[in-house]
Design a protein around this ligand. Sequence first.
Ligand SMILES: Cc1cc2nc3c(=O)[nH]c(=O)nc-3n(C[C@H](O)[C@H](O)[C@H](O)COP(=O)(O)OP(=O)(O)OC[C@H]3O[C@@H](n4cnc5c(N)ncnc54)[C@H](O)[C@@H]3O)c2cc1C
Length: 813
Amino acid sequence: MTLPSQAAIVVIGGGIIGCSTAYHLARDHKADVVLLEQGKLTSGSTWHAAGLVGQLRSSASITRVLKYSVDLYKGLEAETGLATGWKMTGCLRLATNADRWTEYKRLATTAKSFGMDMQLLSPAEVKSMWPLLETGDLVGASWLPTDGQASPSDITQSLAKGARMHGAKLFEDVRVTGFEMKDGRIAMVKTSKGDIACDKVVNCAGQWARQVGAMAGINVPLQPVKHQYIITEKIDGLATDAPTIRDPDRRTYFKEEVGGLVMGGYEPNPQAWTTGDVPDDWEFRLFDDDYDHFEQHMRQAMARVPALETVGVKQMINGPESFTPDGNFILGVAPECANMFVGAGFNAFGIASGGGAGWVLAQWVVDGEAPLDLWVVDIRRFSNLHRDRQWVCDRTLEAYGKHYTIGFPHEEYASGRPRIVSPLYDRLKQQRAVFGSKLGWERPNWFAPEGVEPQDVYSMGRQNWFAAVGDEHRHVRERVGIFDQSSFAKYELSGPDALKALDWICANDVSKPVGRLTYTQLLNTRGGIEADLTVARLAEEKFYIVTGTGFRTHDLSWIGDHIGEGLDATLVDVTEDFGTLSLMGPRARDVLSAVTEADVSNSSFPFGHVREIAIAGHTVRALRVTYVGELGWELHVPIAATGEVFDALMAAGGKHGIRPVGYRALESLRLEKGYRAWGSDITPNDTPQEAGLGWAVKLRKNTDFVGRRALEKTSGAALKKRFAGFTVVDPEIVLLGRETILRNGEPVGYLTSGGYGYTVSRNIGYGYVRNADGVSDDFLASGDYELVVAMERTPAQIHIEPMYDPTAARVKM
Ligand SMILES: Cc1cc2nc3c(=O)[nH]c(=O)nc-3n(C[C@H](O)[C@H](O)[C@H](O)COP(=O)(O)OP(=O)(O)OC[C@H]3O[C@@H](n4cnc5c(N)ncnc54)[C@H](O)[C@@H]3O)c2cc1C
């Protein structure tokens, strides 16, 4: 077969991800696809994978992607004639201490929320399923019967064959050597065997994806890390259908293979490979065996499976795999180039993810937007920070080392910090701030009172900051607090067509007079919520857009990509130009009026307005908004003046009891007021109507906007899910999200976020209540609700209205 000179879509890489993507592009979309592999198919990381296939993740969408993989692997042989080695052995996860057990109880609840049946077993039950295990130290184990194992090379060959059967053209021994760019897009893929003109490129080049991306100016932040496992000789008494084992307290995993065991682990001291380019000639290659480094796993594994003490080791595999700074893989359209898509960085679960990742990536390539909420793996979750290879390496090694540690709620990463600090960093540190980090920014989470160590102490129950955050919360409700939100992402859109561009992009009506703010969602073509932000009209032709810290790259590229062709509107990221101080609480006006001569009375400066005012000699953009449900202003200050303006506010606020307040209090305040958080409460899977945000959509106006058609199609029909709040009285309960919602004893959904409301003195959760026949007001109000929290049922009260309403000056319970 000769290499074509043209193709609609070129997929780079013949590992499991590239083959799965090509298969789905050909099968589902009848696309004109060419796949290029520099060596032989599977010769990168895929051929030496251990082949464990687990499905449960903390995101419902990613769990769905992994479940899809299993369904595909089950049936693929029937279609292609090539076996995948799929065996549904189930997976046991072992627990040896109380915190791990709590983690599993929460995990089992998450599994139920996502429609999977995870059970909790006693040590005796574990022993009867896997007699060779030493179970004396176990508290118990979780059991997911639908997990299993497969043969990585066989699946990949089967997918490759399927792709060919559906018309894709796959080429081995063809290396991509560069791209010809035109107007910021890839026009031509250059290869060792000739050039291919194309519309779209999918970069599935595994650990080479970073350097392949770099050839088009794209950043794919991944780090190759050495990962080892052994394969033993036959072990007497080991069943061929023995469940896979994960023993995280001993940092190891096991899988049966031809009568012996595959055993590997995630060590706390992982070994990075190069931070430079990965060599091209790495076909079917491994590193030398490193028994010194592996010994830590060997010791732990022998204590768990004593038969390992006497059985011989047939082979050691020491291969590179790409890991990422947050342990999630990387999918989607590159923000730097509208026609390069990426599927890479699979963190040693590429075999488990392969089938599903190929399915959603193919759909994404064809539609130009993700088919479901894939935010946790979206390449747009990164920023320029992730171009720093050493930073990426350090953070990635930390994430690798934590793969099997207990996941405590609210845990922060420690490496590569502090990286980006606001001008207030030292001042806040002096005030005993305990910082978290978001997209590289240090942000105060809470302030430790004298006598309390300014440091998080993680636990499964209430953590050491609980009381301090309660004080901060009450302070904002009763007096006034100041939040450093300088990390907010900020953009300016200006030009004669700026309004026209935003009219199309925003679901809400932004065509308000100068000086007005609009809270709006940006929708995808399914009507799902892609972003949630504030637009301030500064001038006829100038808008200031403010969104969450973590969404900086995503929202910027979404807006940029949706500015209509030919429009004269310029989008600029001005995040670092402005510090943001949010002054919130009933005394906020007293404080603000003391530092400015501007009239900040309600009549001159009502809610939903923006004004430029002078504070301490600096011009400040004051936005009258709130995320905490109190009177307040977001003050956007020229970055160099942030410290001075902060000092002026603190001095003037002294007599009103002003104090700095952190992000954990902010979360508690917003939960009480019912403000939705993008990425959890509202996602591309949810429409504004379902989320109770229909009031912020301009359907009555005669303007077209992205998502309008989808919303019109369903308007008038009963909603099949609706967002609601829940409270739980039991103070011992800790809500984190993903707890199951029961209505009259039947599961109807799960929590999307959870926490504690200090004013209402209740645990608070939010989530969607689902019903195939529609969720009416009456349906919501008439049920008896419970939440399943760590496998225990607890009564819950439903709330359709915010639980806290400052204008009514009372708590609605
Ligand atoms: C020791 C070990 C154990 C593992 N165990 C498991 C497990 O139990 N379960 C699990 O789910 N996952 C496991 N994994 C992870 C799994 O192997 C990977 O996630 C998966 O194989 C990644 O597939 P990929 O297609 O992204 O990358 P690869 O398989 O590396 O494919 C990328 C391909 O791109 C090609 N390429 C690169 N550059 C170019 C270019 N310029 N032109 C053309 N082609 C190019 C490469 O040659 C390569 O074949 C393990 C990994 C290791 C290292």
